[in-house]
Design a protein around this ligand. Structure first.
Ligand code: MN
Ligand code: MN
Length: 322
């Protein structure tokens, strides 16, 4: 019989964790929250990826509440913080130094400053040569994130999971979670010719040059075909991946502001993401988790798993390059 450990391991790795520390057991139902129990730090020396939250939802067209997303995703991530990653079979944090940077701080009374505040938050992180893994917030937060990333990487390919194209036109000034990717394309932050939208199931007469693999196409053709198509369109340059949780069917992600039926299952989405290891991913976000409409943390757990798998993708790339 195996001996029990002589002393219980210390908890609260959100602030007791050490640089270089891999996954570590901590009770999943308590303790200080951080994403995947990574240590909280604003010192990014030697850090590969900084996780942060953008608790902003003033650009939503329907139900608000995504400002509470980062907190819910951190809570849902605790179950994945202990064991090796499945099906990867390794500890991503043995290969990738990840910290939880905390949230972008807002004054709720100055919502119109959101672009400036979020962009500055991102610029400070990217200036230290650290990649970002970001939790919304509504999907508008991706626009200032793209501005900051494009300032470093130049025009990027966008790999965009969503029920909505988010390319409806605007006047360049609106806070609107349905128009920012057309704006980003017009500003040269992303290159539509190298960008793919996956899971779309809402009408938009114009594709604005983006490749669209809509939800029926994904259901008819399967994950492997989606991966192949993404690889073909995106090619070799820098890629930013944005995952609006409403890409998933409301059965798999009820906790979101603008759900649309007929979407991807969590399994389909994970199968696609796990096939994207050859992309030059420079950053990613997961947005639109609104916990007030969630049931049994289904949506927050899906978002945490998507982000965990994307970190595994980056860790695997490091692992293979060594
Ligand atoms: Mn969206
Ligand atoms: Mn959407």
């Amino acid at each position: 019989m195996e001996e029990p450990p002589s002393a219980p391991p210390e908890g609260d790795f959100a602030f007791r964790g050490e640089p270089g520390q891999g996954k570590w057991p901590e009770m999943v139902y308590g303790g200080a929250l951080s994403f995947l129990r990574r240590r909280y730090s604003r010192d990014l020396d030697g850090v590969d990826v900084a996780v942060s939250g953008i608790p902003f939802d003033s650009a939503t067209s329907n139900r608000p509440g995504a400002r509470l997303g980062p907190r819910a995703i951190r809570a849902a991530s605790t179950m994945m913080a202990e064991l090796n990653a499945f099906p990867w079979g390794f500890d991503p944090f043995a290969h990738l130094e990840v910290v939880d940077y905390g949230d972008c701080q807002f004054d709720f009374g100055y919502q119109h400053r959101a672009v400036e505040v979020i962009e500055e938050h991102a610029r400070q992180i990217l200036a230290t040569d650290t990649a970002m893994a970001t939790f919304g917030g509504d999907h508008f937060v991706t626009y200032p994130l793209l501005r900051a990333h494009a300032a470093v990487h130049g025009p990027m390919a966008l790999v965009h999971f969503d029920a909505h194209s988010d390319t409806w036109p605007d006047d360049g000034d609106r806070l609107d979670h349905g128009s920012m990717f057309l704006r980003a394309a017009r500003e040269g932050l992303i290159d539509p010719a190298r960008s793919v939208q996956i899971g779309i199931r809402s009408a938009n007469e114009l594709d604005h040059g983006f490749t669209i693999l809509d939800a029926p196409w994904v259901h008819d053709n399967g994950a492997a075909a989606v991966v192949a198509e993404i690889g073909q369109v995106v090619g070799e340059g820098p890629v930013y991946l944005t995952f609006d949780i409403d890409c998933l069917d409301p059965a798999f992600a009820p906790g979101t502001g603008t759900p649309v039926v007929g979407g991807l299952s969590t399994a389909q989405a994970l199968n696609i993401l796990r096939g994207l290891g050859d992309l030059s991913l420079v950053g990613f976000d997961v947005t639109e988790v609104a916990p007030a409409y969630d049931h049994a943390e289904i949506t927050a757990l899906a978002a945490a798993t998507v982000a965990h798998d994307l970190l595994c993708l980056l860790a695997d790339r490091q692992r293979r390059s060594r």
